[in-house]
Design a protein around this ligand. Sequence first.
Ligand SMILES: [Zn+2]
Length: 109
Amino acid sequence: MSISFKKKQKSRGNESVAVYTFYCAQLSGEQTKHKLNEDTSKQRAHMTMERFNCDGWMHITLDDENLETAVIRMTHYQCHHPYLDISILPEIAQEIERLKDLSAAKVCI
Ligand SMILES: [Zn+2]
């Protein structure tokens, strides 16, 4: 199993202890920075997720020598809209892949 955390920080006092930090997926300031193409004719519109100043984060402290115990600290100060998956559906991605080499005039969905 793979877990995606924002950062991992080893304890200063105990080599086997580490703190894993996660942030709310909609936390303002944590979004991926998209660099726009300098050629304005090549810039494309894209969907973005609504962001909030919710201060949503979670720290999970684990000790490699005692994996039966975890310390979890979490904050989330704003009740906001739930996460909405804005990724392209696999069927649509397949269709785009199939049509990618056709001219716009020949694409008929
Ligand atoms: Zn949040």
